[in-house]
Design a protein around this ligand. Structure first.
Ligand code: S6P
Ligand code: ZN
Length: 187
């Protein structure tokens, strides 16, 4: 950067859609066909159009993955929907570097942040526009859309956090967020 220069940022968040634009951005999508063994009712998942979009993630990765001291920023948009009586949700993960924390915050829509500690105690926090969630170290996290509109949330996490998806793939969370008589319950 040049001394005394006044610059535009290299990245921006589109205020309506929360899409990221600019440098060092990655974009990924998860469709029904990518989410095998994530939902309890696998038979119900197989009856849904495999190409149906469940969620997409955009992230600004300004430093190399694994760099100590850096930060990443991301937005996730989860579509409304259910597989059986389980809300559309993210896969969920622990951080590979287990003592790394993260912030999530609600931007649009209604949802639930599902959290599980290393002893497999599971609980949830309601997400709504303006909700702020500090996800401490060693806590697995996933988000479900409990509303009728897309759920958008922001995230900020250390660039050396990494992702441990394997543990959730193998063991799952110890509870699931299910719709029972029109309301969400952890079961
Ligand atoms: C990364 C952060 C989010 C998630 C995203 C999708 O640490 O927690 O950007 O990656 O919400 O969830 P998942 O569990 O499929 O990565
Ligand atoms: Zn995370």
């Amino acid at each position: 950067m040049n001394h005394l220069s006044i610059n535009y940022p290299t990245v921006s968040v589109e205020p309506e859609s929360w899409f990221l634009e600019g440098k060092n951005i990655t974009k990924s999508e998860k469709r029904i066909k990518d989410l095998g063994n994530v939902f309890a009712n696998e038979a119900a998942r197989q009856l849904i159009n495999p190409d149906l979009l469940v969620y997409n993630v955009q992230a600004h990765l300004p430093v190399k993955e694994g760099t100590p001291g850096g930060l990443y920023f991301g937005t996730t948009i989860i579509q409304p929907g259910k597989v059986g009586n389980e809300y559309f949700m993210t896969r969920g993960h622990f951080h590979a570097n287990a003592d790394r924390a993260e912030y999530y915050w609600g931007v649009q829509g209604e949802g639930m942040l599902i959290l599980m500690d290393e002893y497999r105690t599971t609980w949830a926090e309601k997400m709504f526009p303006g909700s702020l969630h500090y996800i401490g170290a060693k806590i697995a996290h996933r988000v479900a859309n409990t509303g009728e509109t897309p759920l958008i949330f922001g995230a900020c996490w250390p660039s050396d956090a990494g992702h441990n998806y394997e543990e959730i793939e193998l063991q799952g969370f110890s509870a699931r967020l299910l719709e029972i008589e029109g309301k969400p319950f952890l079961k």
